[in-house]
Write a protein that binds this ligand. Structure first.
Ligand code: DQA
Length: 148
C-alpha cells in the first residue's frame, strides 16, 4: 500500500478525447490530461495510477481496490456522473479525499447533466477548466492529504 498514490479514474468515452466533440472537450487527448496530472503530482511527491473504462463495474472494482492501495481518488466519471449509483456507493466506502473533475462545465449544459450522483461523496468538484482541472484536482488532493 502506498499512501502517496492517487487513483485517477476516467469514465466512458473519455478514451476518445481529442477526437470526440472537440468544440466541447477540446483537442487534448486523455494522455495529455494525464501528463498534466502527473506533472502536478510530481511537484507534490505523489504518484498517479490511472484506469479508463467504458464499464461501470470495472470502475467500481478499481474504486474498491483503491481502498487499500491509494490515498486519494480523482474521478471524471463521464456520463456515469449523472446516474451511476454503484459508483456513488463504491466511492462512499473509500476513506480518503475524492475530487470530481469535468473538462466541460456540466452545469452550463443540458439539464440532465446538472445532476451528479458523485458530488455528494466528493470533497469537491472542479468543472469547466479543461486540463487545468486535473492540475487543480491534484493540488486539492495534496492540500487535503497534508491537512489530514
Ligand atoms: C464530462 C461531462 C459529462 O456530462 C459527459 O458525459 C462526459 C464528460 C466532462 O468531462 O466534461 O463524458 O464528464
Amino acid at each position: 500500500m502506498s499512501t502517496r498514490t492517487v487513483m485517477v479514474l476516467s469514465g466512458p468515452n473519455l478514451n476518445l478525447l481529442g477526437e470526440r466533440e472537440p468544440e466541447v472537450y477540446g483537442a487534448n487527448t486523455l494522455d495529455d490530461h494525464l501528463a498534466v496530472a502527473r506533472e502536478a503530482a510530481t511537484i507534490h511527491g505523489l504518484e498517479i495510477d490511472h484506469l479508463q473504462s467504458n464499464h461501470e463495474g470495472e470502475l467500481v472494482d478499481a474504486i474498491q481496490a483503491a481502498r487499500t492501495d491509494c490515498a486519494a481518488i480523482v474521478i471524471n466519471p463521464g456520463a456515469f456522473t449523472h446516474y451511476a449509483w454503484a459508483i456513488h456507493d463504491a466511492l462512499a466506502a473509500f476513506d480518503g479525499p475524492i475530487i470530481e473533475v469535468h473538462l466541460s462545465n456540466p452545469a452550463a449544459r443540458e439539464p440532465w447533466r446538472h445532476t451528479s450522483v458523485v458530488a455528494p461523496v466528493a470533497a469537491g468538484t472542479i468543472a469547466g477548466f479543461g486540463s487545468d482541472g486535473y492540475r487543480l484536482a491534484i493540488d486539492a488532493v495534496a492540500a487535503l492529504l497534508a491537512s489530514a
